[in-house]
Write a protein that binds this ligand. Structure first.
Ligand code: ADP
Length: 444
């Protein structure tokens, strides 16, 4: 997260004061660390308004139950009881600072309906001076450690609920009309940026989502890259040089996977969200399955595995999104291999037609999962594997398999037993919502 705590802000001297504030607003606009903003703003305000005595800061939690005041002093005019901006290091905990320097005004606010209603009214700037409203002014003043003739209150609605407020106090009454927009801007600046935990957690959530997307991306691109690597390693074996047919087959495999990599790169722009629709085309599902198993056999991870491939003798023409179905097959197949580490493990892949649907089953003899782990794994974005096994993955593959099959009107079935292995079945119905997914051989 961007820290603006020690960010140097060049303030052109030639600018008029209100433009200097605008400049500051612009410069701090992307900051989210409250103390950094507070400190930077205080120092700049000291330059701009040298004769203000205190710069107060009122914080709230999301339910307005806990309010505190953290009075900040002008570095040029130290005030007893207020916080020196130098105390506000990046790691300062505002709560403890407020305990030392500020006051918990929960009781005060609760008993003062007038002030509370001012504070609870979002998006306003309230100016209280002795002349405006003596009683209210006195109440507000009692929160601050020094007498301040003019107090501004800026409030804003927090995204997670409740209201945040900032309180600025000045030694001089602001009566000159041209100064008002400047102070309003100052309030807006600090209220927008300073102490915004809800905003920070929003940014954190965004960062998590983008991290997940990156992991997902790596997962998708890794599959073809691993297969290309496997083909290339086989090609480098001396005996392959003497077998032109095998060489040709391997080179063909590399070309197909490279094409797939390019297609996947294009797919990145079209995520599997609710709007995604399969791009159906006719293809031979049995052949696709055979090719996927051949590719998988060439990977290093499958070096010690046995493969059994059943039900692919004949052609099985289907109309479905070929690339996405290939992705489902490759994902379930690579999982069956990855999650059955050790010697002589058999992976059984079978294609069946039953009850108007094609069922592609991947059965392994691997580590398996408990029912609870299986539920979690299917819910997407979760890895339930013991990290010490060192099996790589992102936890997104099963979720995208499920989405792809759902979009075809199909589903992903699974069963698993810890220590015994797992069975995943991709179910593709004979006819989808709009047009048939399957076409019988010879039906055109
Ligand atoms: P990953 O990229 O982690 O392999 P997946 O979405 O494909 O992600 O799978 C989610 C999780 O489900 C995996 O991290 C693993 O814990 C578990 N899992 C998937 N397939 C199997 C399997 N065949 N055997 C055991 N566990 C599996």
């Amino acid at each position: 997260m961007q820290s603006c705590y020690d960010r140097p802000i060049k303030m052109p001297d030639t600018l008029p004061n209100n433009e200097k504030v605008l400049h500051l607003v612009h410069d701090l606009g992307d900051c989210t660390d409250s103390r950094g903003v507070l400190r930077a703003a205080t120092e700049r305000f000291a330059d701009l308004f040298g004769d203000y005595a205190v710069f107060g800061f009122l914080m709230s939690d999301s339910h307005l139950e806990h309010w505190m005041v953290l009075p900040l002093q002008n570095p040029r005019r130290p005030v007893f009881g207020a916080v020196d901006p130098d105390e506000l290091t990046e790691k300062t905990d505002s709560d403890s600072l407020a305990q030392i320097h500020g006051r918990d005004v929960t009781a005060f606010l609760a008993s003062n309906h007038k002030l509370r209603s001012v504070v609870e009214e979002p998006e306003i700037v309230f100016v209280a001076s002795q002349d405006d409203d003596e009683e209210l002014y006195a109440d507000v003043q009692s929160i601050l450690p020094v007498p301040v003739p003019t107090v501004l209150v800026g409030t804003w609605r927090r995204p997670s609920g409740g209201i945040g407020a900032i309180l600025l106090g000045f030694t001089k009454q602001i009566d000159a009309e041209p100064m008002m927009p400047l102070f309003k801007m100052a309030v807006k600046l600090t209220s927008r940026l300073a102490f915004y935990p809800a905003f920070s957690s929003f940014i954190e959530k965004l960062e998590k989502v983008s991290h997940s997307l990156r992991r997902n991306l790596v997962h998708d691109l890794k599959t073809p890259a691993t297969v290309i690597q496997g083909y290339a390693e086989t090609l480098m074996m001396p005996e392959v040089g003497e077998d032109p047919a095998l060489r040709q087959e391997l080179l063909q495999g590399i070309r197909e996977q490279a094409e797939r990599l390019l297609e996947d790169l294009r797919d990145i722009l079209h995520p599997l969200d609710a709007h995604w629709k399969p791009q159906k085309e006719a293809f031979d599902l049995a052949l696709l399955l055979q090719k996927a198993v051949t590719s998988e056999k060439h990977t290093t991870r499958a070096a010690d595995h046995e493969f059994r491939l059943l039900g692919v003798e004949g052609e099985l023409m289907v109309s479905a999104d070929k690339r996405k179905i290939r992705r489902v097959i490759e994902n379930l197949l690579s999982n069956a291999v990855k999650y059955s580490p050790g010697q002589n493990k058999t992976v059984t892949v079978s294609l069946e037609l039953a009850n108007d649907e094609a069922r592609i089953t991947f059965k392994d003899e691997g580590i398996g999962m408990t029912p609870d782990q299986l539920d979690k794994a299917l819910s997407g974005g979760v890895r339930v594997v013991d990290a010490t096994l060192g099996i790589e993955g992102s936890g997104f593959g099963l979720d995208s398999c499920r989405r792809i099959l759902d979009a075809h009107g199909g589903k992903l079935d699974a069963s698993s037993s810890p220590g015994l292995g797992s069975r995943f079945t991709a179910v593709l119905p004979l006819s989808g919502d709009d047009e048939p997914n399957l076409r019988w051989p010879g039906s055109g």
